[in-house]
Every structure is written in structure tokens, then in C-alpha cells.
Design a protein. Structure first.
Length: 309
């Protein structure tokens, strides 16, 4: 990246230079340019990218060299800087993407890094059993449900209810210690990631089973799953019980609006339905939404608290 310091003409503002960035990049035969405040009146800094950093592949870190703590590098942003997910401070996450969009590879990168950490435990519900199978032999094995048989869905409810109970116990401990939130994690008190693989499909299967069983209101599985997930995303972040919701398409039926508001990190790889993009990313125009539908595998829209889209 090249950095150019420019002096604006009288009457110009940073907004004027920002609007002119595509033309400036073209003049400089560069991929793109971004303007920012230069720290002095009438001066701006133009960050110029000579090539598109998203066109190159990024090799995942050798597991033996993965950091034992701190953020996990998922990829690079449009400026060539690391895009990370902090497994201790991220207030829940959501990721959507169609088949062969790169969603599974991204999840493997994240979960593979967590597998080496003693202060993180991976739990959750995985109807296919593929994503979470490696963790069924780890410390969180007792709190992982896989499969779509009736007994598997009953276990999914039990697992999520246990995680809610764990969250409640931690909240009570905080109150007893007169603390606002957990900010340090150890092998004894680890951060707990609750992975919900293909969550909309899980709910659809549960609703079908409820119908087949003729379950009464208090016995239905789907509402029990939704209630547990709702409590986790509303209350879990401050005590280190963090949720990762995965879906091919985050429809309106996938997760309730109030719960979606608590998903701090949101990523959308290629999806075939433009409405799904708007479910996670507010305020995008139609052109931007159409671009997402043609993303190459591994390219995503992503936003997190403090970083924007």
C-alpha cells in the first residue's frame, strides 16, 4: 500500500476527496484508493492499493504455530490487513453462504484454531455431524449434539438447556463477586463457543418432528431450541458463552430480529438470495447486494463492532 499526502484546494472537504477516490485510483493505475484525515487542516492522506488483495489465496497457519491466545486470523480485508475474530470478546457471530461459497472452510479455520486452546471449549448442535465431529472427542464432547433422528433432536434441546444453565451459573457468580462481566478465561473457566450448524435446517426438522408427534405446546422441540438460543445470544456474551450461527441463507424464519441484533460479527459469503444479505447487513443498495451473489469462493461481506462493513 502506498500513502500519498495531499493538500486540498480551498473549499474542498474530505468528503470531496473520498468521492473522487475511484478517479484518483484510475489516474494512478491503481486498484483502489481511500482518503482519510491528514491530521492538519486542508490535508488528507490517500491510501493507494496497487492490486486487489482479495484475488490472492491465503494459506492457513501451520497448526503448530497457531497462537495460544488472542484473535484468530480468518483472512484479509480489502486493504490487505488481517481480518480477525476474537474468541474471547466477539459478542456472538453469524455466517451465511451457499454451497461451495467457502463457508465451511472459514469455519474450519476458526474452529481448528480453537482446538489448540486450553481456555476455549467448543460445543453446539450439528445436524450433519460433519463440522463438530472432531470435537466429540474433546472437552466439550458432552455438550455436543449431532444427527437428525428424534432422539438426536431431544438431545439438542438438553445440550442447549445445559448451556443456558451454565450461563446462569456464571451470571450468579458475577453478581456474587460484584463484577459486570468475565474478562479473563482459563482452563478452569473457559470461553464456551456454541456452534449452531445449519440452524434454519435444524429448526425446520424440529418443527416437522413436532407435527409428526402431535406435540402439545409445552412439549414442542422447535420452540425449546429457539428459546434456549434466544437466551444465549441475549445474555451469554458477558460471561463467555458465545454463539456462532451458521446457515446457507439467514432468512426471517432463521433467527428472530431481537436475537439477530446481538450477533456482533456478521459475514455473508456468496448467497443466491439477495434478501438474505439484507437480513445481516442493513442499508446496502441493490447494486451491492447483486455483487454478493457473484462472489468468488472465500470472498465475503463482513462487519464487526468498531470496524464497519
Amino acid at each position: 500500500m502506498d500513502k500519498l499526502t495531499l493538500r486540498m484546494a480551498p473549499g474542498q472537504t474530505l468528503a470531496d476527496v473520498t468521492k473522487a477516490c475511484p478517479a484518483l485510483a484510475s489516474t494512478l493505475t491503481a486498484h483502489s484508493g481511500t482518503a482519510r484525515d491528514g491530521g492538519r487542516p486542508r490535508w488528507v492522506v490517500l491510501d493507494v492499493l496497487r492490486r486487489d488483495p482479495l484475488t490472492a489465496e491465503r494459506t492457513s497457519t501451520d497448526p503448530a504455530r497457531l497462537p495460544a491466545t488472542g484473535p484468530v486470523v480468518l483472512g484479509v480485508d480489502e486493504y490487505g490487513e488481517d481480518f480477525t475474530l476474537d474468541p474471547y470478546t466477539t459478542p456472538h457471530a453469524a455466517m451465511q453462504g451457499a454451497t461451495r461459497s467457502g463457508k465451511s472452510s472459514t469455519c474450519y479455520t476458526f474452529l481448528g484454531a480453537l482446538a489448540y486452546r486450553l481456555d476455549v471449549v467448543v460445543t453446539g448442535v450439528d445436524p450433519s455431524g460433519i463440522l463438530l465431529d472432531p470435537f466429540t472427542h474433546g472437552r466439550g464432547a458432552g455438550y455436543i449434539a449431532t444427527g437428525t433422528r428424534p432422539e438426536d433432536l431431544d438431545r439438542a434441546v438438553s445440550v442447549l438447556r445445559y448451556l443456558v444453565s451454565l450461563m446462569d451459573d456464571r451470571v450468579r457468580d458475577l453478581l456474587a463477586q460484584q463484577r459486570y462481566k468475565l474478562d479473563t478465561y482459563t482452563p478452569a473457566v473457559p470461553a464456551v463457543w456454541v456452534v449452531l450448524e445449519e440452524y434454519p435446517g435444524l429448526l425446520a426438522t424440529a418443527r416437522a418432528l413436532d407435527a409428526d408427534r402431535g406435540s402439545k405446546a409445552g412439549q414442542k422441540i422447535a420452540p425449546a431450541l429457539e428459546a434456549a438460543v434466544g437466551r444465549l445470544v441475549k445474555e451469554g456474551a458477558k460471561v463467555g458463552v458465545l454463539v456462532l450461527v451458521l446457515a446457507q441463507r439467514m432468512s426471517a424464519e432463521a433467527i428472530k430480529t431481537d436475537d439477530r441484533m446481538n450477533l456482533g460479527l456478521r459475514a455473508t459469503l456468496r448467497v443466491d438470495n439477495g434478501d438474505a444479505v439484507g437480513m445481516l447487513h442493513d442499508g446496502l443498495d441493490r447494486h451491492a447486494i447483486e455483487q454478493v451473489r457473484s462472489f468468488a469462493p472465500g470472498v465475503a461481506l463482513a462487519e464487526a463492532p468498531g470496524t464497519g462493513l
